[in-house]
Design a protein around this ligand. Structure first.
Ligand code: KIV
Ligand code: ZN
Length: 392
Protein backbone atom coordinates (compact mmCIF):
# COMPACT_ATOMS: atom_id res chain seq x y z
CA UNK A 1 0.00 0.00 0.00
CA UNK A 2 2.84 2.36 0.85
CA UNK A 3 4.53 2.31 -2.47
CA UNK A 4 6.94 4.76 -4.01
CA UNK A 5 5.78 8.36 -4.03
CA UNK A 6 5.20 10.06 -7.33
CA UNK A 7 7.75 12.47 -8.76
CA UNK A 8 8.92 15.14 -6.32
CA UNK A 9 6.63 18.14 -6.20
CA UNK A 10 9.56 20.46 -6.11
CA UNK A 11 13.35 20.42 -6.40
CA UNK A 12 15.92 22.78 -4.98
CA UNK A 13 17.25 25.25 -7.48
CA UNK A 14 20.63 24.19 -6.29
CA UNK A 15 21.77 20.94 -7.80
CA UNK A 16 22.90 19.03 -4.76
CA UNK A 17 23.34 15.34 -4.29
CA UNK A 18 22.25 15.52 -0.66
CA UNK A 19 21.40 18.13 1.91
CA UNK A 20 23.95 18.11 4.71
CA UNK A 21 22.52 17.59 8.18
CA UNK A 22 24.43 19.36 10.94
CA UNK A 23 23.13 18.36 14.34
CA UNK A 24 23.66 20.74 17.25
CA UNK A 25 21.58 18.95 19.89
CA UNK A 26 24.68 18.59 22.08
CA UNK A 27 25.63 22.27 21.82
CA UNK A 28 22.74 24.62 21.01
CA UNK A 29 20.18 22.02 22.09
CA UNK A 30 21.83 21.61 25.47
CA UNK A 31 21.72 25.38 25.97
CA UNK A 32 18.00 24.80 26.68
CA UNK A 33 17.11 26.37 30.03
CA UNK A 34 17.16 23.88 32.90
CA UNK A 35 18.89 21.09 31.00
CA UNK A 36 22.21 19.57 32.10
CA UNK A 37 23.65 16.53 30.40
CA UNK A 38 26.38 14.41 31.91
CA UNK A 39 29.37 13.46 29.79
CA UNK A 40 28.01 9.91 29.53
CA UNK A 41 24.64 11.24 28.31
CA UNK A 42 26.41 13.31 25.69
CA UNK A 43 28.47 10.43 24.40
CA UNK A 44 25.43 8.16 24.27
CA UNK A 45 23.49 10.77 22.29
CA UNK A 46 26.48 11.38 19.99
CA UNK A 47 26.67 7.67 19.19
CA UNK A 48 22.93 7.59 18.44
CA UNK A 49 23.30 10.63 16.15
CA UNK A 50 26.15 8.90 14.37
CA UNK A 51 23.97 5.83 13.86
CA UNK A 52 21.22 8.11 12.59
CA UNK A 53 23.84 9.29 10.06
CA UNK A 54 23.85 13.02 10.62
CA UNK A 55 26.78 14.43 8.67
CA UNK A 56 28.14 16.66 11.41
CA UNK A 57 27.74 16.49 15.19
CA UNK A 58 28.38 19.69 17.11
CA UNK A 59 29.33 17.98 20.34
CA UNK A 60 30.00 21.09 22.40
CA UNK A 61 31.75 24.38 22.99
CA UNK A 62 35.16 23.19 24.30
CA UNK A 63 36.21 26.48 25.91
CA UNK A 64 32.98 26.70 27.90
CA UNK A 65 33.39 23.73 30.28
CA UNK A 66 35.32 20.58 30.97
CA UNK A 67 32.31 18.46 30.02
CA UNK A 68 32.00 20.22 26.66
CA UNK A 69 35.71 19.84 26.03
CA UNK A 70 35.58 16.11 26.77
CA UNK A 71 32.35 15.71 24.87
CA UNK A 72 34.04 16.97 21.68
CA UNK A 73 37.21 15.00 22.37
CA UNK A 74 35.55 11.65 23.12
CA UNK A 75 32.97 12.05 20.39
CA UNK A 76 35.69 12.84 17.85
CA UNK A 77 37.50 9.67 18.91
CA UNK A 78 34.45 7.42 19.06
CA UNK A 79 32.15 8.17 16.15
CA UNK A 80 32.60 6.28 12.92
CA UNK A 81 30.71 8.34 10.33
CA UNK A 82 30.07 11.96 11.31
CA UNK A 83 32.49 14.85 11.43
CA UNK A 84 32.67 16.27 14.94
CA UNK A 85 32.40 20.02 15.42
CA UNK A 86 33.63 22.21 18.27
CA UNK A 87 32.27 25.74 18.67
CA UNK A 88 34.65 28.67 19.22
CA UNK A 89 34.24 32.40 19.54
CA UNK A 90 36.51 34.34 17.22
CA UNK A 91 39.42 34.35 19.64
CA UNK A 92 42.64 32.41 19.97
CA UNK A 93 41.87 30.64 23.25
CA UNK A 94 38.52 29.25 22.07
CA UNK A 95 40.04 28.08 18.80
CA UNK A 96 43.00 26.49 20.59
CA UNK A 97 40.59 24.62 22.90
CA UNK A 98 38.50 23.36 19.97
CA UNK A 99 41.66 22.17 18.22
CA UNK A 100 42.94 20.53 21.42
CA UNK A 101 39.61 18.76 21.72
CA UNK A 102 40.44 17.26 18.31
CA UNK A 103 37.38 18.72 16.58
CA UNK A 104 37.29 17.73 12.92
CA UNK A 105 35.60 21.03 12.17
CA UNK A 106 36.12 24.25 14.12
CA UNK A 107 32.99 26.38 14.12
CA UNK A 108 34.04 30.01 14.51
CA UNK A 109 31.38 32.61 15.15
CA UNK A 110 31.10 36.34 15.63
CA UNK A 111 28.06 38.61 15.51
CA UNK A 112 27.51 40.88 12.51
CA UNK A 113 24.32 42.76 13.38
CA UNK A 114 24.66 46.39 14.43
CA UNK A 115 22.86 45.71 17.71
CA UNK A 116 25.24 42.89 18.69
CA UNK A 117 28.34 44.73 17.50
CA UNK A 118 27.40 47.88 19.41
CA UNK A 119 26.06 46.49 22.70
CA UNK A 120 27.73 43.11 23.04
CA UNK A 121 31.01 43.18 21.18
CA UNK A 122 31.62 46.94 21.29
CA UNK A 123 33.35 46.64 17.95
CA UNK A 124 33.00 48.45 14.64
CA UNK A 125 32.13 46.69 11.39
CA UNK A 126 35.74 46.96 10.24
CA UNK A 127 36.98 45.37 13.46
CA UNK A 128 34.48 42.52 13.22
CA UNK A 129 35.44 41.87 9.61
CA UNK A 130 39.11 41.77 10.48
CA UNK A 131 38.55 39.57 13.53
CA UNK A 132 36.45 37.10 11.54
CA UNK A 133 39.16 36.73 8.89
CA UNK A 134 41.96 36.36 11.44
CA UNK A 135 39.99 33.78 13.41
CA UNK A 136 39.23 31.69 10.34
CA UNK A 137 42.86 31.84 9.18
CA UNK A 138 44.01 30.85 12.66
CA UNK A 139 41.56 27.93 12.93
CA UNK A 140 42.56 26.82 9.44
CA UNK A 141 46.22 26.77 10.49
CA UNK A 142 45.36 23.68 12.60
CA UNK A 143 44.71 21.83 9.34
CA UNK A 144 41.02 21.25 10.09
CA UNK A 145 37.87 22.31 8.27
CA UNK A 146 36.41 25.64 9.33
CA UNK A 147 32.77 26.66 9.52
CA UNK A 148 32.03 30.33 9.96
CA UNK A 149 28.79 31.68 11.46
CA UNK A 150 27.73 35.32 11.39
CA UNK A 151 25.70 35.41 14.58
CA UNK A 152 22.43 37.34 14.21
CA UNK A 153 22.93 37.24 10.44
CA UNK A 154 19.25 37.82 9.74
CA UNK A 155 19.31 41.21 11.50
CA UNK A 156 22.59 42.24 9.89
CA UNK A 157 23.08 44.65 7.03
CA UNK A 158 22.96 42.43 3.93
CA UNK A 159 25.85 43.99 2.08
CA UNK A 160 28.07 43.86 5.13
CA UNK A 161 27.02 40.26 5.76
CA UNK A 162 27.93 39.26 2.22
CA UNK A 163 31.24 41.10 2.56
CA UNK A 164 32.07 39.16 5.73
CA UNK A 165 31.16 35.82 4.16
CA UNK A 166 33.25 36.57 1.07
CA UNK A 167 36.22 37.47 3.23
CA UNK A 168 36.05 34.35 5.42
CA UNK A 169 35.70 32.11 2.39
CA UNK A 170 38.86 33.67 0.97
CA UNK A 171 40.48 33.08 4.36
CA UNK A 172 39.70 29.36 4.01
CA UNK A 173 36.26 28.69 5.55
CA UNK A 174 34.79 25.55 4.02
CA UNK A 175 31.23 26.24 5.15
CA UNK A 176 29.38 29.42 6.01
CA UNK A 177 26.29 29.50 8.19
CA UNK A 178 23.40 31.97 8.19
CA UNK A 179 21.85 31.91 11.67
CA UNK A 180 18.44 33.36 12.43
CA UNK A 181 19.64 33.77 15.99
CA UNK A 182 16.47 35.23 17.49
CA UNK A 183 14.04 33.50 15.13
CA UNK A 184 12.64 36.64 13.53
CA UNK A 185 12.45 35.62 9.91
CA UNK A 186 9.47 34.71 7.77
CA UNK A 187 9.95 31.89 5.27
CA UNK A 188 9.91 34.11 2.18
CA UNK A 189 12.38 36.49 3.80
CA UNK A 190 14.70 33.61 4.62
CA UNK A 191 14.53 32.25 1.09
CA UNK A 192 15.29 35.70 -0.29
CA UNK A 193 18.22 36.29 2.07
CA UNK A 194 19.86 32.96 1.25
CA UNK A 195 19.38 33.56 -2.47
CA UNK A 196 20.97 37.00 -2.10
CA UNK A 197 23.96 35.69 -0.12
CA UNK A 198 24.52 32.84 -2.59
CA UNK A 199 24.47 35.30 -5.47
CA UNK A 200 27.31 37.26 -3.82
CA UNK A 201 29.58 34.25 -3.19
CA UNK A 202 31.72 32.05 -5.43
CA UNK A 203 29.80 29.14 -6.99
CA UNK A 204 29.31 25.92 -5.01
CA UNK A 205 30.04 27.42 -1.60
CA UNK A 206 28.56 25.35 1.22
CA UNK A 207 25.81 27.35 2.89
CA UNK A 208 24.19 26.20 6.15
CA UNK A 209 21.19 27.76 7.84
CA UNK A 210 20.47 27.73 11.54
CA UNK A 211 16.95 28.80 12.46
CA UNK A 212 15.54 29.47 15.91
CA UNK A 213 11.88 28.98 16.67
CA UNK A 214 10.80 32.13 18.52
CA UNK A 215 7.77 32.59 16.26
CA UNK A 216 7.31 28.89 15.52
CA UNK A 217 8.90 29.34 12.07
CA UNK A 218 12.15 27.41 12.48
CA UNK A 219 11.23 24.43 10.32
CA UNK A 220 9.47 26.53 7.69
CA UNK A 221 12.40 28.96 7.54
CA UNK A 222 14.91 26.13 7.21
CA UNK A 223 12.95 24.62 4.36
CA UNK A 224 12.59 28.02 2.70
CA UNK A 225 16.34 28.53 3.04
CA UNK A 226 16.97 25.28 1.18
CA UNK A 227 14.66 26.55 -1.53
CA UNK A 228 16.78 29.71 -1.63
CA UNK A 229 19.97 27.70 -2.13
CA UNK A 230 21.22 26.47 1.26
CA UNK A 231 22.72 22.98 1.04
CA UNK A 232 23.13 22.38 4.77
CA UNK A 233 20.63 22.49 7.64
CA UNK A 234 21.54 23.01 11.29
CA UNK A 235 19.01 21.32 13.51
CA UNK A 236 18.42 19.74 16.91
CA UNK A 237 16.53 16.58 17.79
CA UNK A 238 12.98 17.45 18.91
CA UNK A 239 13.79 21.12 18.24
CA UNK A 240 15.33 21.36 21.71
CA UNK A 241 17.29 24.55 22.29
CA UNK A 242 17.35 27.98 23.87
CA UNK A 243 14.07 29.87 24.38
CA UNK A 244 11.60 28.34 21.90
CA UNK A 245 14.30 26.07 20.49
CA UNK A 246 15.78 25.32 17.09
CA UNK A 247 14.55 23.77 13.87
CA UNK A 248 13.63 20.16 14.67
CA UNK A 249 15.78 17.59 12.89
CA UNK A 250 12.90 15.15 12.39
CA UNK A 251 10.57 17.80 10.93
CA UNK A 252 13.16 19.25 8.59
CA UNK A 253 14.44 15.90 7.38
CA UNK A 254 10.95 14.44 6.88
CA UNK A 255 9.92 17.54 4.93
CA UNK A 256 13.02 17.40 2.73
CA UNK A 257 12.43 13.73 1.96
CA UNK A 258 8.68 13.43 1.73
CA UNK A 259 7.64 16.87 0.53
CA UNK A 260 10.57 18.06 -1.54
CA UNK A 261 12.06 14.84 -2.88
CA UNK A 262 15.48 15.84 -1.56
CA UNK A 263 17.85 13.38 0.01
CA UNK A 264 19.93 13.40 3.17
CA UNK A 265 22.04 10.63 4.65
CA UNK A 266 19.60 10.23 7.56
CA UNK A 267 18.23 6.78 8.31
CA UNK A 268 14.63 7.87 8.56
CA UNK A 269 13.50 4.73 10.32
CA UNK A 270 15.62 5.70 13.34
CA UNK A 271 14.04 9.11 13.86
CA UNK A 272 11.51 7.99 16.45
CA UNK A 273 14.03 6.04 18.53
CA UNK A 274 16.57 8.88 18.57
CA UNK A 275 13.87 11.40 19.45
CA UNK A 276 12.87 9.30 22.48
CA UNK A 277 16.44 8.80 23.62
CA UNK A 278 17.15 12.55 23.48
CA UNK A 279 13.88 13.42 25.25
CA UNK A 280 14.73 10.97 28.04
CA UNK A 281 18.29 12.25 28.48
CA UNK A 282 17.09 15.88 28.46
CA UNK A 283 14.33 14.96 30.95
CA UNK A 284 11.71 16.60 28.72
CA UNK A 285 8.34 15.05 27.94
CA UNK A 286 7.41 15.66 24.31
CA UNK A 287 4.04 17.26 23.56
CA UNK A 288 1.76 14.52 22.15
CA UNK A 289 1.00 16.57 19.05
CA UNK A 290 4.67 16.99 18.12
CA UNK A 291 5.00 16.39 14.35
CA UNK A 292 6.60 13.12 13.20
CA UNK A 293 7.61 11.81 16.66
CA UNK A 294 4.80 12.82 19.06
CA UNK A 295 2.54 10.15 20.61
CA UNK A 296 -0.35 11.41 18.53
CA UNK A 297 1.51 11.97 15.25
CA UNK A 298 0.01 8.74 13.92
CA UNK A 299 -2.87 8.23 16.39
CA UNK A 300 -6.51 8.15 15.31
CA UNK A 301 -9.64 8.30 17.42
CA UNK A 302 -12.48 9.87 15.44
CA UNK A 303 -14.72 7.18 13.93
CA UNK A 304 -14.49 8.51 10.38
CA UNK A 305 -10.73 8.75 10.54
CA UNK A 306 -10.26 5.29 11.98
CA UNK A 307 -12.53 3.77 9.38
CA UNK A 308 -10.58 5.61 6.66
CA UNK A 309 -7.15 4.67 7.95
CA UNK A 310 -8.07 1.04 8.43
CA UNK A 311 -9.34 0.90 4.84
CA UNK A 312 -6.34 2.76 3.42
CA UNK A 313 -3.79 4.58 5.60
CA UNK A 314 -3.31 7.27 2.95
CA UNK A 315 -6.72 8.69 3.86
CA UNK A 316 -5.47 10.27 7.08
CA UNK A 317 -1.73 9.73 7.22
CA UNK A 318 0.64 11.88 5.15
CA UNK A 319 3.49 9.38 5.45
CA UNK A 320 3.70 5.80 6.69
CA UNK A 321 4.52 5.77 10.42
CA UNK A 322 7.03 2.93 9.96
CA UNK A 323 9.05 5.13 7.58
CA UNK A 324 10.15 7.20 10.58
CA UNK A 325 10.20 4.29 13.02
CA UNK A 326 6.84 5.17 14.62
CA UNK A 327 3.68 3.07 14.95
CA UNK A 328 0.07 3.77 14.11
CA UNK A 329 -2.15 3.92 17.19
CA UNK A 330 -5.89 3.48 17.18
CA UNK A 331 -7.17 5.15 20.30
CA UNK A 332 -10.58 4.60 21.83
CA UNK A 333 -12.55 7.52 23.20
CA UNK A 334 -15.82 9.41 23.00
CA UNK A 335 -15.31 9.97 19.26
CA UNK A 336 -14.74 6.31 18.42
CA UNK A 337 -16.86 4.12 16.17
CA UNK A 338 -17.30 0.38 15.69
CA UNK A 339 -14.29 -0.08 13.40
CA UNK A 340 -11.94 1.24 16.05
CA UNK A 341 -13.42 -0.99 18.74
CA UNK A 342 -13.17 -4.04 16.48
CA UNK A 343 -9.57 -3.21 15.69
CA UNK A 344 -8.58 -2.70 19.33
CA UNK A 345 -10.37 -5.85 20.49
CA UNK A 346 -8.57 -7.90 17.87
CA UNK A 347 -5.29 -6.25 18.77
CA UNK A 348 -5.87 -7.28 22.42
CA UNK A 349 -6.62 -10.86 21.37
CA UNK A 350 -10.44 -10.87 21.74
CA UNK A 351 -12.98 -12.07 19.23
CA UNK A 352 -14.92 -8.89 18.29
CA UNK A 353 -18.44 -10.35 18.17
CA UNK A 354 -21.16 -7.79 17.35
CA UNK A 355 -22.50 -7.92 20.96
CA UNK A 356 -19.08 -7.35 22.45
CA UNK A 357 -18.31 -4.49 20.05
CA UNK A 358 -21.64 -2.76 20.86
CA UNK A 359 -21.06 -3.17 24.59
CA UNK A 360 -17.49 -1.89 24.55
CA UNK A 361 -18.41 1.06 22.33
CA UNK A 362 -21.25 2.10 24.67
CA UNK A 363 -19.12 1.78 27.80
CA UNK A 364 -16.14 3.60 26.23
CA UNK A 365 -18.35 6.58 25.43
CA UNK A 366 -19.67 6.57 29.01
CA UNK A 367 -16.34 6.32 30.78
CA UNK A 368 -14.06 8.25 28.43
CA UNK A 369 -14.88 11.75 29.76
CA UNK A 370 -13.97 10.61 33.31
CA UNK A 371 -11.06 8.31 32.52
CA UNK A 372 -9.42 10.93 30.22
CA UNK A 373 -7.44 8.14 28.52
CA UNK A 374 -8.98 4.85 27.50
CA UNK A 375 -6.02 2.60 28.07
CA UNK A 376 -5.68 -1.03 27.02
CA UNK A 377 -6.19 -2.03 30.67
CA UNK A 378 -9.45 -0.13 30.79
CA UNK A 379 -10.65 -1.89 27.63
CA UNK A 380 -9.76 -5.23 29.19
CA UNK A 381 -11.80 -4.32 32.29
CA UNK A 382 -14.79 -3.45 30.11
CA UNK A 383 -14.49 -6.79 28.34
CA UNK A 384 -14.38 -8.55 31.74
CA UNK A 385 -17.53 -6.62 32.76
CA UNK A 386 -19.24 -7.86 29.59
CA UNK A 387 -18.22 -11.45 30.23
CA UNK A 388 -19.30 -11.24 33.88
CA UNK A 389 -22.73 -9.89 32.89
CA UNK A 390 -23.10 -12.72 30.42
CA UNK A 391 -22.43 -15.42 32.99
CA UNK A 392 -24.82 -14.03 35.64
O1 KIV B 1 21.90 30.97 17.13
C1 KIV B 1 23.08 31.23 16.82
O2 KIV B 1 23.38 32.29 16.28
C2 KIV B 1 24.11 30.26 17.18
C3 KIV B 1 25.46 30.47 16.57
C4 KIV B 1 26.55 30.20 17.52
C5 KIV B 1 25.57 29.67 15.32
O3 KIV B 1 23.83 29.28 17.83
ZN1 ZN C 1 21.60 28.95 17.80
Amino acid sequence: MWERRGPPVWRSELIVARIRVFDTTLRDGEQMAGVELSLDDKIEIAKALDELRVDLIEAGFPASSDIDFKSVLFTAREVSHAKVVGLARANKRDIDMAAEAEAHVIHVFIATSDIHMKYKLRMTREEVLQRAVEAVEYAKSYGVEVLFSAEDATRSDREFLAQVYRAVIEAGAKYINIPDTVGVMLPWEMEDLVRYIRSKLPPNVNIDVHCHNDFGMATANTIAAVRGGANGVQVTVNGFGERAGNAALEEVVATLHFKMGLKTNIRLEKLYEVSRLVAAKFGIKLPPNKPIVGDNAFAHEAGIHVHGVLSNPLTYEPIPPEAVGAKRRIVLGRHSGKHAVEYVLKHLGYDPTPDLVDYVLRRVKEVAPYAKRVTEDLVRKIVEEFLAERTT
